[in-house]
Design a protein. Structure first.
Length: 314
């Protein structure tokens, strides 16, 4: 069975099970980390004063009870339902189940330094091997690691970073101009409590699964050829809950005879970020020229982020 059908089935099941009274439009309540460990409690985040800049700071404490895997650890609540990762003033969406099968989407934290190509699970070019190894970033570490970390070096880990999986089957397409609701989107970040924020900076890194998929194919995605591209779409949500036009950040672009896929952390264009305006949420979606007209994107819909920086404006 094609991966897209499989994940469509899981996505629909999760879509029915994830809607609850806790999903609100522009909720004034958020989930805050207890002791910076990734556990959650119903605590209102306090907005910083107007003019204050806050930058996402991922510490090793977030992974103190993390799940050990090849090359490091990933968030202990990855497959725990009704949990959100909250760091500083940032609340990250997260959906999960471990009832009959393991599934997650949204955002988790990881420090895994493993950039192996696992596309061999069900034969040459398969992708079954990626499922237990979906926790990496091609940079091998979060941005600003104090010591030099060579990606893929066994036994070495650096700073944590955010890994995201976008469940395209849950999201409305072309949502700009519509009203945002947490329950309708797979990947969103809520910023603060009731304030408005301008996004000042954001670093993005390509995930190993789509990286190798674009290079070689993975059993579902095909290898890229001239004219192909894979990108991240970022939307803002204003004080009235209206979704902005997206900005586009390229992850892979095959122009002429060259496939460009940076493996280090890349800054999202600051002018584009400014054009999102004053926001309460950010929404993330993905796009690829390797997509099925009925089932959507074939390229593995993962990306990594770090150092989200925002300034309170209101």
């Amino acid at each position: 069975m094609k991966k897209v059908v499989y994940f469509l089935t899981l996505g629909l099941m999760l879509g029915f099970s994830s809607c609850s009274s806790d999903d609100e439009v522009l909720s004034n309540e958020t989930v805050s980390t207890l002791n910076n460990s990734g556990k959650t409690a119903k605590i209102a985040v306090t907005d910083p004063s107007i003019g204050t800049t806050t930058t996402l700071n991922l510490t090793s404490a977030l992974l103190s009870s993390g799940t050990t895997t090849t090359g490091g650890k990933y968030w202990e609540n990855t497959y725990v339902s009704n949990t959100n990762l909250t760091v500083d003033i940032f609340k990250f969406s997260h959906t999960a189940t471990s009832s009959g099968y393991n599934y997650w989407d949204g955002f988790i934290v990881s420090n895994v330094n493993d950039i192996t190509n696992y596309a061999s699970g069900s034969g040459s070019g398969g992708s079954d091997g990626w499922v237990p190894h979906q926790w990496g970033a091609m940079a091998g570490s979060g941005f600003g690691t104090s010591s030099t970390i060579t990606p893929g070096t066994p036994g070495t880990t650096g700073d944590p970073y955010i890994v995201a999986y976008w469940s395209s089957y849950l999201d409305p397409q072309n949502p700009e101009g519509s009203t945002f609701s947490e329950s309708n989107f797979s990947n969103w970040i809520k910023i603060g409590n009731t304030g408005l924020y301008e996004v000042k900076g954001l670093k993005i890194n390509i995930h190993p699964w789509p990286y190798y998929g674009c290079l070689y194919g993975d059993g579902f995605a095909r290898a890229f050829t001239s004219g192909d591209h894979f990108e991240l779409l970022i939307y803002g949500v204003d004080e009235d809950g209206v979704i902005s036009e997206p900005i586009t950040h390229s992850l892979a672009n095959y122009t002429g005879s060259s496939l460009v896929m940076p493996t280090g952390w890349v800054n999202v264009n600051t002018t584009n970020l400014h054009n999102l305006g004053n926001v309460k949420y950010l929404i993330f979606q993905m796009a690829s020229t390797d997509s099925d007209p009925m089932y959507g994107i074939n390229t593995a819909a993962y990306f990594c982020l770090d150092k989200l920086s925002v300034q309170r404006t209101n």
